[in-house]
Design a binder for this molecule. Structure first.
Ligand code: 9MJ
Length: 676
């Protein structure tokens, strides 16, 4: 039962008035100001609730009800354009059942089953109409309210995927083409990076950025924005030119130079529609742009005409929406986590909310500036976005739902774990706990990093076990790991004799490592895997890295003054030197790096590794080759010296064969690096 079914007529009248005002306000925020305050899913819910009320109490349907129109009046500043053929909106379905109902109505009206549909992705951007006279683009307009839009001709001309002239020899004297203006994820991120660097407001999502960019009074601004268009229909066209089906029409448009999306295709009946929906839902996260659903359009234009329209939407098409990627929820707390290098990260604890296909309970707030910029407070209603595999984010606060008296968030002045002073260096975004490895949180994270796969690769030493070992006081530094006894390990939660044995064996095995891994494992600030490898290649030994000056360190590729400073500070610290000394006493060792001159037998050679090697993993194989002066890359080209192939090699093997490049099996590889 929906809310509309439970209200008395008086309550319904009040609720409808509230919904009308609220929807109109959000319409204005969205269409005119480009500043939406609530996610689309919430807007849709308000709209559907009002529709349900108006269905039950038709007398509530006032002429100014937002259910009677879509969009809102154009901005005053743009010239108004009247659409001779109205720009339709699509009705939405949100479930299989609603889609089945739609398909049944279509079948009933057409008098047959197995209806053929053109299925298309539903781009999440804003609609545009382009008019061509004698093959030349003369006018571009936004949809506006469907009848009156805004003239954005100079802006549209700046978009590379808007043809200024039609391709081919023959086209109708008058052709109006319609499509969706979007911004890709890459474009959106680049734009926001630029906005940040110039101290300007960031856009909340790609659709908003596209709308804000197209509707600029100064088209030179539009020109700098990465806008694109996909086309999906026509408006007013000289008679006699167009094909009889939607799919054929799209092909005509393609030939005239319009970009048609590669995922458009014909499907049959309800099953065909559902198959397409599931396929696109799977693809969604890997597409370089946002889609918020799919659209099915009856393919036959004659059948479209039979079906006709209902108010502003065609009866022959429907949008089948995906689960929303933005939802609203409430911030129940803001916790502060302490990372490996002492960095304090505020994390919002959320009332659980289903968004982007999973239940989300946390969202990172990155740092203090981010919290201040978004002004997120405990008790706030916020919009949460989860797109793809990206960590959930708070997009914005719904200010109109903020209860009175909420406190601004303040970064603590003391570390929430150890109580040490927190410092924030002038010009840096991050606040840090100053206690270093005497802070239990930093110790824990440092040990997890030390043990991780790309560092010492200690198999079986998971995060939970590290937490427990630090908690019990058995491990304070990485060196303590190698002094753990069988009894201590077997006595830990979820551990037994066998797993203790396995872990001791893994610890022993990890002692034989490479200099690059060891440096990376130390967890020096801003020394990632690549920098660690460069350091190991450049210097002969750990000793020379530990005693290098800031200037000497900067001779290494990728090392600037800041990183060099972190390295010097790290090795200057007595505690760190002591831990390193103990690790070496315990037997941690690596092959001496080849001296820089003379002993780099593979210098100048480039290798690619594919498939699974039995004697070592690919990272190790890469380290060994690099230690001998070779370059290791991920793709095969004419410059590749040889491809090293393990079991089940990928397409790189085929490519090497095609290019006639030498292929080495594991035996040949081992003799190359001097193992056999
Ligand atoms: C989008 N937004 O991708 C239509 N749309 O067709 C597609 N919108 C549409 N079609 C008729 N693919 C009205 C709107």
């Amino acid at each position: 039962m929906s809310k509309a079914d439970t209200l008395s007529p008086e309550q319904a009248r009040e609720r409808a008035a509230y919904l009308r005002d609220e929807i109109n306000r959000h319409n204005h925020l969205y269409y005119v100001l480009d500043q939406p305050e609530i996610p689309d899913a919430e807007y849709d819910r308000l709209m559907r609730e009002l529709q349900a009320l108006e269905t039950r109490f038709p007398e509530l349907r006032t002429p100014d009800s937002p259910t009677c129109r879509v969009g809102s009046a154009p901005l005053k500043d743009f010239q108004e354009v009247r659409h001779v053929v109205p720009m339709l909106s699509l009705s939405n379905v949100f479930s299989e059942q609603e889609l089945a109902d739609f398909n049944r109505r279509v079948e009933e009206r057409l008098g047959h089953g197995g209806v053929v549909y053109a299925a298309e992705p539903k781009f999440d951007g804003l609609a545009i109409s382009l008019v061509y006279e004698d093959g030349v683009m003369v006018r571009a307009a936004t949809r506006g309210d469907g009848v009156r839009g805004e003239d954005v001709t100079p802006n549209a001309r700046t978009i590379p995927t808007v043809p200024l002239k039609l391709q081919g020899q023959r086209w109708p004297a008058l052709l109006e083409v319609r499509g969706e203006v979007i911004m890709s994820h890459d474009g959106f991120e680049a734009l926001n990076r630029q906005q940040r660097e110039h101290g300007k407001k960031e856009f909340v999502n790609p659709r908003n950025a596209a709308a804000g960019s197209l509707r600029q009074l100064d088209s030179s601004i539009t020109a700098e924005r990465p806008l694109e268009v996909y086309y999906y229909g026509v408006g007013e066209v000289s008679p006699g030119w167009l094909a009889d089906t939607h799919m054929e029409r799209l092909q005509q448009l393609r030939e005239w130079g319009f970009r048609i999306n590669a995922h458009v295709r014909k499907v049959t009946g309800l099953r065909g529609c559902l198959g397409y929906y599931n396929e696109m839902l799977d693809l969604r996260d890997s597409l370089p742009y946002d889609i918020d659903g799919v659209v099915y359009k009856v393919d036959s234009v004659a059948e479209q005409e039979t079906l006709g329209f209902i108010s502003r939407a065609p009866r022959w098409a429907v949008a089948h929406k995906f689960p929303a990627q933005e939802e609203m929820t409430v911030v129940e707390a803001i916790d502060v986590q302490v990372g490996r290098t002492g960095k304090l990260t505020p994390v919002a604890r959320l009332r659980p909310v289903f968004v982007g296909g999973v239940t989300v309970t946390n969202a990172t707030l990155h740092n203090q500036d981010e919290v201040e910029r978004k002004d997120v407070r405990v008790g706030d209603t916020v919009i949460v976005r989860r797109a793809g595999d990206v960590i959930p984010e708070i997009v914005s606060v719904v200010k109109s739902r903020r209860p009175k008296g909420l406190q601004r968030f303040r970064m603590p002045e003391r570390c929430p774990v150890c109580g040490a002073r927190v410092e924030r260096i002038e010009g840096e975004a991050d606040a840090r706990c100053t206690a270093g490895l005497s802070c239990p949180a930093q110790r824990r994270e440092a040990i997890k990093h030390f043990a991780s796969r790309k560092a010492m690769d200690i198999e079986g030493l998971g995060d939970k076990l590290v937490d427990a070992l630090v908690e019990k006081g058995l491990v304070e530094t990485p060196a303590d790991l190698y002094e753990l006894t069988h009894e201590q390990l077997a006595g830990m939660p979820r551990m037994g004799d066998k797993s203790a044995d396995n872990l001791l064996r893994a610890l022993e095995k990890s002692k034989h490592t490479t200099l690059a891994r060891f440096i990376y494992a130390l967890g020096i600030r801003e020394v990632g895997e690549a920098t660690a490898r460069q350091l190991a290649l450049h210097f002969d030994s750990l000793e020379s890295i530990m005693t290098a000056s800031i200037d000497e360190l900067q001779e290494v590729e990728d090392v600037g003054p800041v990183v060099a400073g972190h390295i010097v500070n790290f090795f200057r610290e007595e505690r760190n030197r002591e831990v390193i000394g103990r690790l070496i006493e315990q037997g941690v060792r690596w092959e001496d790096a080849a001296p820089r001159q003379g002993k780099q037998p593979l210098a100048g050679n480039t290798y690619v590794i594919t498939g699974t090697l039995s004697s070592m993993n690919r990272n190790e194989a890469r380290d060994r080759l690099q230690a001998l002066g070779a370059k290791v890359t991920s793709s095969v080209s004419k410059k590749t010296t040889a491809v090293i192939c393990g079991e089940n090699p990928g397409s790189k093997y085929d490519k090497a064969r095609d290019l006639g490049i030498e292929i080495l099996d594991e035996q040949a590889f081992l003799s190359l690096i001097g193992e056999r």
